[in-house]
Design a protein around this ligand. Structure first.
Ligand code: BG6
Ligand code: MG
Length: 214
């Protein structure tokens, strides 16, 4: 492994917790279409892009095949509801541990970047007042393939002017760990991803980033 120069962070489930908002928005859409959708299916959507998430939900759809246009309409409908929830977010939604750890990593000379599949990432960062905590932002608006493809992290490394081998990715979802590994990054798994077998470095809590030997 090259000398570590940067940390690339997933957003949903690592920096903030928007799972519930995704769930409620997809649930409203699914209920209206008469599609069974529950927390377990929602779990499969973590780290996965919006259209890919819709396709997972539609596995339970029993109606006539849907046109691409209709699928885009459903995605827009879900996203409008999701953004209503996001509009309620404030800087209080970021823990002191996350805020201080990000600042301390930078003080130690590391670069920080965001690597999120979400097209709402910049809006979320604005809402929670964390835009300036990152040297680069790679999100759903600059990729064509979502995790577990490594594109979002490769772009983040490019934006930082670094090689993947110089960056560690911090992720809470298996799809994100797979993406990090596929791209040649060191994968750091937090929360559920700490238990995932393919994670390089498991950590229990965010502040462990300051005490782990990198
Ligand atoms: C990821 C979430 O961060 O973003 C996924 O974990 C979500 O659940 C994906 O589907 C896409 O988000 P958005 O905001 O572009 O719909
Ligand atoms: Mg996540």
């Amino acid at each position: 492994m090259s000398e570590l120069k940067a940390f690339i962070f997933d957003l949903d489930g690592v920096i903030v917790f928007t799972d519930r908002f995704h769930y409620l928005a997809w649930k409203k859409m699914a209920d209206e279409l008469g599609i069974h959708f529950d927390e377990e299916i929602n779990h499969r959507l973590r780290g996965v892009g919006r259209m890919e998430s819709l396709e997972i939900i539609l596995e339970r759809y029993e109606g006539e095949p849907l046109s691409d246009e209709k699928k885009h309409e459903f995605c827009t409908y879900k996203n409008d509801i999701y953004r209503e929830y996001l509009s309620t977010m404030t800087p209080d939604d970021v823990s002191d541990d996350v805020r201080s750890t990000l600042a301390e990593l930078r003080a130690r000379g590391y670069k920080t970047a965001l690597g999120s599949s979400s097209k709402n990432a910049k809006y979320i960062l604005e809402q929670i007042g964390l835009t300036d905590a990152f040297d680069a932002i790679s999100d759903g608006t600059n990729i064509t393939r979502s995790k577990p493809d490594p594109e979002v992290f490769i772009k983040a490394a490019e934006f930082l002017g670094l090689e993947p081998s110089e960056c560690a990715v911090v992720e809470d979802a298996a799809a994100g760990i797979d993406a990090a590994n596929a791209g040649g990054f060191t994968s750091i798994g937090i929360y559920e991803a700490a238990k995932y077998g393919r994670t390089d470095i498991p950590i229990e809590k965010f502040t462990n980033l300051l005490t782990s030997p990198f």
